[in-house]
Design a binder for this molecule. Structure first.
Ligand code: NDP
Length: 482
């Protein structure tokens, strides 16, 4: 076989086939390989006319059909299958060739794989891809890591297929080794938080205000014309307007209230714990999905018939309108916190893993193709570009102003939700984070005292440098020791 393809795709299930078609539609010559040839055949039979494909029956044929430096994108099941494909490719490739893993790998795996492949003289690129099957076909947001050198080859290929916003492709080189998969992971964490916040807004309107799903859908449609304009708000309106063909009920009412998850939210929180970065909104969103899945525990709780507020809260029409407005403000403020926390996690990880990540560029490539695409990412990108958000997004004037405008509404929503007995874990934890930041003194001083008393862990003083330990006497009269 002569080498003619400038890029290849390994793994032709939903994601890989869509990506291969997207590549071919944009003028790339695409080698394709799948473990079972039937998927390759299906792709060629159904979509072969969309561009130039080189179907391969074996990995040897696949590699032989690629021009140098060979570029192969793996899109198979995460975990062992990905390692298998990497090893098979690496055994057939040569120094300078590029292996891309575009699946949802955990970034420590990407760091490990990059090290092993780099030791063999080849490039390994972990690339986060967001937007699902449709994004892969029509234009995803892409977050490649790996070496600067590999980026030179990948740039024109990835830019040809990525989503475009204002003519700019939603792809940038994120940073070395695992940086791309790390940023994709945090993207997913923010997505969890955003989805939970929208759901908490829905729940308040549904349960406290007694609105129907269609009425709430109308509200979200209106909100989509404001600063909340985003893909997730748009699809929320669509979901809430959907009627179940079988029962004639709102579809949302016949869907089991157990939210699934595949693990990227959990990874985001685990990494944040390792880095000691509070991503409270994301963590609460993951826990909320966890609670939704504890079906037996929840069924038992129902049997307990606990006392507590429930049901629609009687409210005059104008109060209802004011409360809906409060919810919109609270949603915006909490969403800003979710992004601030997510970007904070990226900043801290970049220090630990020695990545140089351009946060303005990250915000820019999230504007299109991905699930969290939103109008306000323009503002986020500007805030990082100007340096205003270097410490926290919350301190950039535009977002500080937005938070201050929303603050009273935000408190009203959280305090009223608590009094109504409706859980709002992400609204509340986002507000708690904000109040924590605002506090000139935190009770952490007391915790340091406790730690020193029971474990001689020492503490620092406000008026003198150094570590101190108190000899906590039986009489309770401390002596200070430097
Ligand atoms: P799946 O995750 O369902 O995996 C199926 C593909 O993996 C098939 O091509 C299959 O080959 C191949 N495969 C499975 N086991 C092996 C093995 N041991 N050796 C070789 N090949 C194997 O496919 P998807 O298209 O849904 O997802 C692909 C990747 O993309 C995954 O990593 C997933 O996490 C990620 N993904 C990303 C999304 C996003 O929005 N970014 C959304 C969905 C997925 P065969 O046909 O021969 O069985």
């Amino acid at each position: 076989m002569t080498a003619e393809a400038n890029v290849g795709v390994v793994g032709l299930a939903a994601m890989g086939a869509s990506l291969a078609r997207n590549l071919a539609r944009h003028g790339n010559k695409v080698a394709v390989f799948n473990r079972h040839y039937s998927r390759t055949e299906k792709l060629i039979n159904e979509h072969g006319s969309e561009g130039t494909f080189y179907p391969a029956k074996t990995m040897e044929e696949f590699v032989a059909s690629l021009t140098k430096p060979r570029t192969a994108i793996i899109m198979v099941k995460a975990g062992e299958p990905t390692d298998d494909m990497i090893n098979q490719l690496a055994d057939l490739m040569e120094p300078g060739d590029i292996i891309v893993d575009a699946g949802n790998a955990h970034f420590p795996d990407t760091i490990r794989r990059e090290k092993a492949i780099a030791a063999r003289g080849m490039h390994f690129v972990g690339c986060g891809v967001s937007g699902g099957e449709e994004g892969a076909l029509l234009g995803p947001s892409m977050m490649p890591g790996g070496s600067e050198e590999s980026w030179k080859t990948l740039k024109p290929i990835f830019e040809s297929i990525a989503a475009k916003v204002d003519g700019e492709p939603c792809v940038t080189h994120i940073g070395e080794n695992g940086a791309g998969h790390f940023v994709k992971m945090v993207h997913n964490g923010i997505e969890y938080s955003d989805m939970q916040l929208i759901s908490e807004s829905y729940d308040l309107m549904r349960r406290a205000l007694g609105m129907t799903p269609a009425e709430i859908g109308d509200v979200f449609e209106e909100w989509n014309k404001t600063e909340l304009d985003s893909y997730l708000i748009e699809i929320t309106a669509e979901v809430l307007h959907q009627v179940d063909h079988k029962t004639g009920k709102p579809l949302v009412d016949v869907i089991v209230d157990h939210a699934g998850m595949k693990g990227t939210g959990t990874w985001t929180v685990q990494s944040a714990l390792d880095l000691a970065v509070p991503v409270t909104g994301i963590a609460e969103a993951v826990f909320a999905r966890g609670l939704s899945g504890q079906t037996e525990l929840r069924a038992e709780a129902q049997k307990q018939a606990f006392e507590g507020p429930s049901g629609v809260v009687p409210m005059a029409e104008e109060d209802k309108i004011a409360f809906i407005n409060d919810i919109r403000e609270a949603l915006y403020a909490s969403k800003i916190v979710a992004y601030a926390q997510g970007f904070n996690e990226i900043t801290e990880a970049a220090k630990v893993y020695d990545w140089k990540i351009d946060l303005a560029a990250v915000a820019r490539i999230w504007r299109g193709g991905c699930i969290i695409r939103a109008k306000f990412l323009n503002r986020i990108s500007e805030a990082f570009e100007s340096g205003d958000a270097n410490v926290s997004l919350l301190f950039a004037p535009y977002f500080k102003d937005a938070i201050e405008t929303a603050e009273r509404s935000w408190r009203r929503v959280v305090s009223r939700a608590i009094s109504f007995g409706i859980p709002v874990p992400v609204f509340a934890s986002s507000l708690e984070y904000f109040d924590g930041l605002r506090s000139p003194r935190l009770p952490a001083a007391l915790i340091q005292g406790q730690r020193d008393l029971f474990g001689a862990h020492t503490y620092q003083r406000v008026d003198e440098p150094g570590a101190f330990h108190t000899l906590w006497t039986e009489e309770g009269r401390p002596e200070i020791q430097a």
